[in-house]
Design a protein around this ligand. Sequence first.
Ligand code: LLP
Length: 426
Amino acid sequence: MPPFHSRDGVMHAENVSMTDIAATVGTPVYVYSTSALRDAARAFKTGLSCVPRKHLAFAVKANPNIAVLQLLAEEGYGADIVSAGEMTRALAAGMRADAIVFSGVGKTDRELSAALDAGIGQFNIELEEEGIVLAKLAAGRNLRASAVLRINPDVDAGTHAKISTGRRENKFGVNLDDAGAIYARLAKLEGLNLRGVAIHIGSQLADLDPLEAAYEKVGRFVAALRGAGHTITHVDLGGGLGLSYRAGDPCPTAAAYGAMVARVTRDWDVTLMFEPGRFIVGNAGVLLTEVVWVKPGAPHPYVIVDAAMNDLARPALYDAFHGFAAVHPRGRRMIANIAGPVCETGDTFAKGREIDAVERGDLAVFQTAGAYGATMASTYNCRALVPEVLVDGDRFAIVADRITPEAMLVSQHLPFWRARTLQAVG
Ligand code: LLP
């Protein structure tokens, strides 16, 4: 049975009714399914069963909830992090430091130092200077930091421009033309154990061809490095595998991905590393919301829900599609725009879409919201920070609190030279 399904006409997450979650926790709220998480984690692993030596590092940015990370650690995943904050989360969730890979184009000296002190397993170096600084910081601690060099293969991932990372004009990795010379200089540094190459060309890839083209380039680069006398033991192939957000949209299976990887990397003789994010968590979560109003609009009525762009930013940022389904469908359909309460026209989830007919007070979900959902939430318009719930069978628990505007007020301060004016005003 799918993790989010209808039972007696009411949507359930596993064995828990969405109505119960809304009544207990309120809305909006993200709801994750344990079984969906485990299934996707296992499907990805199974897809790669033809790869003999591998390390799976979940891209924490996709969903940094510690309950999610703990489950994935249990499934044998390490973490791909891009900040000291994500490192804190991964370690708090029980992930082993040596199973953590540190990616990111702007790691500060402080972050590099913290990661060295924590014993992080691998640093993915983005530019020569970063490698030099990392080597110095490591040598100062009598360490050799295991590292790989991220290259920019200049391949168009064919995804939204804002989440493409593998074109020459993007900020990521080093240009392939310069990569050999940079690698040779970094490989000499005392504090580094430079052991391979990393790549990541973008996210939400619906087609395997760009990935294959990029991996072919990596293969040729690895051969050239070996030809120049370097010992290459690790290649990090990044993440990027897309999901089908809309029924019928193409998306590769883990098995097809695994078969392509196995074919392209057949002769590489390295440990392959993977950094999947969206594929693991996307389908394991929905954003549960309540209809505040159905407001007349032209040419379609506006369904105004209590979730907004601050809770789920993807439609506003990338024109992303998220399916919308009523928790208790009335058996009718309507054509509507769906929008949140934030005072921007961009706070629109859908335009002129055919959906389950809803009325004021109805519950509904935005689907495929487990990846890049809660993690990208903000408090814009002084709205609460959205909470998260994890379901497991017939149990559910709050795994991230709703941070209320009242709680946030504690971190707001008047300057000391104006503090007394509050009393005067109040
Ligand atoms: N590794 C690196 C170095 C990355 O930059 C990313 C994602 C991943 C792995 C994981 O990629 P995935 O398997 O999830 O596609 N906020 C955007 C997505 C940004 C992705 C950034 N990097 C969205 O909501 O679509």
